[in-house]
Design a protein around this ligand. Structure first.
Ligand code: OOG
Ligand code: NI
Length: 458
């Protein structure tokens, strides 16, 4: 029997997210500058767009905005992935979605660990994009064997973190004192190490194969490589970045600017080279970067198919990978193609392109006991008894993620791998299935409808 009550996993996640942010700000001061710029921009947007402020108030996103962030790590072995899954589970994070990055020349596949229920997301929407290196894609057998050996030798978790994970699994939770220790110990896995575990020549060999392979194999642990705050206007932040000494990548990933944002738009800036002590010599490595994101409404399978179709059409027209040189043309093509995607919530809802949340209004609640009430959801909406708000997208986009990887690995890192998506292999390594994100959106939407019925007719 536990002597003291368990802390909710959501509170552990919230504490961990804060601890991670503090650690990263200490290690990468530019992250602090970026957070300040994002906060400033968000305040201005909320002041000048009362309708948006009201929408975010109703969905609760306004309260979570300041603590909203995602990070990313890259792991080397099945054991590391399975164990990180257990570590994240202690803080209520589940693997959602499967992303294959090989078509873009990045030898990893990935999932996103995050909370899955809207109430849990409200306490802390912290997410970690987690990639597993695919060693089978290293062609040189000697180098592959070397990488395997280096990875098997390392232990990326502290003994106390492992013990506390086990304890949490057995007792189905942690008390407040253990939860605090767990946060401190878990954080160690994500810390930056100035010392590499290989010689400079070995690092170079790994790096020549792929920069990402060196980033995973040559170090003691999977340093968090970025932490991304959420902005309400990514174009404003992108434009203000150079004034703060930050140079963003040329192209914002994801959909073009719209009245009603959809899915996810992201932009990143390159990290500095950081001094590294190899086992035999000094050198440098760059892995850590900055990123910002703007989140819009989650799309249904139909909406997502349209998004993918328009994105592919714009990219086909461009005929090349978007870069600084063709950025203006890319933006123009994207805007042109995305004309075909309705840019208002009413149409998106009518056409079944996006997910929404439904809220009983004050007017609806006041009319609750009157006779002749509207019955159907559509009637309730028309009567103003139910308000409709977009359900925010909580996940990632494979093409965008590839663009973020590429921009930070440098163009020299462009490799060509045959697309070989292998979700089954990933899930075998993880030791469990990944969750289908569309089911989660569908469930949240449905729960909001049921809550309306309960509040207005129950
Ligand atoms: C992850 C890149 C993907 C995103 O926001 O799409 C990503 C990485 O570089 O490890 O973070
Ligand atoms: Ni990211």
């Amino acid at each position: 029997m536990p002597t003291t009550a368990h802390v909710s996993p959501d509170e552990i996640r919230k504490g961990f997210s804060k601890a991670m942010s503090d650690m990263y700000r200490d290690e990468v001061p530019l992250y602090g500058a970026l957070m300040a710029l994002v906060a400033e921009t968000n305040t201005r947007v909320l002041d000048t767009q009362p309708a948006l402020a009201q929408q975010l108030q109703r969905t609760g996103e306004i309260q979570r905005l300041d603590m909203e962030r995602h990070g990313a790590i890259r792991l080397g072995t099945a054991f590391e992935l399975a164990t990180i899954g257990r570590l994240f589970a202690v803080m209520g994070m589940q693997p959602v979605g499967y992303y294959d990055l090989t078509p873009a020349g990045v030898p990893v596949h990935s999932t996103a660990f995050r909370a899955v229920h809207e109430h849990a997301l409200q306490t802390s929407p912290f997410r970690v994009f987690t990639s597993l290196l695919r060693l089978e894609l290293i062609e040189n057998p000697e180098l592959r064997a070397f990488a395997e050996t280096a990875l098997v030798k390392r232990n990326i978790f502290t003994d106390r973190a492992l013990a506390l994970i086990e304890q949490a699994e057995k007792a189905d939770g942690l008390n407040a004192v253990d939860a605090e220790e767990f946060i401190r110990e878990a954080l160690e896995t994500f810390r930056w190490h100035h010392a590499a575990t290989v010689t400079r020549a070995q690092y170079q060999q790994l790096s020549d194969q792929h920069r990402l392979i060196a980033d995973v194999v040559a170090f003691k642990g999977p340093h968090i490589n970025h932490l991304t705050p959420r902005t309400l206007d990514i174009d404003q932040v992108q434009a203000a970045m150079p004034g703060k000494g930050i140079t963003p990548k040329a192209v914002i990933e994801g959909p073009p600017r719209r009245q009603c944002p959809i899915l996810l738009r992201q932009t990143s800036f390159k990290a500095l080279d950081e001094a590294i002590a190899f086992t035999d010599a000094q050198g440098s490595h760059s892995a850590r970067f900055g990123e910002i994101e703007q989140r819009g409404v989650a799309l249904t399978p139909k909406g997502r198919a349209l998004y993918d179709q328009l994105l592919n059409a714009a990219r086909d027209d461009l005929g090349a990978f978007p870069t600084e040189g063709n950025a203006a043309r890319y933006v123009q093509l994207m805007e042109q193609h995305f004309q075909a995607f309705p840019d208002n919530h009413v149409q998106m809802r009518e056409q079944g392109l996006a997910y929404f949340r439904y809220f009983a209004t004050a007017q609806g609640l006041a009319a609750r006991d009157q006779a002749d009430q509207p019955r159907t959801l559509e009637e309730l909406i028309t009567a103003g008894h139910v308000a409709v708000e977009p359900l925010v997208y909580e996940d990632f986009l494979p093409v965008s993620a590839a663009g973020i990887f590429q921009s930070n690995l440098g163009d020299a890192a462009q490799s060509h791998y045959a697309a070989n998506s292998n979700r089954a292999e990933f899930e075998k390594a993880l030791g469990r299935r990944t969750i289908d994100e569309l089911t989660l959106y569908e469930e949240t939407q449905q729960r909001s409808i049921e809550a309306c019925i309960q509040a207005l007719h129950g």
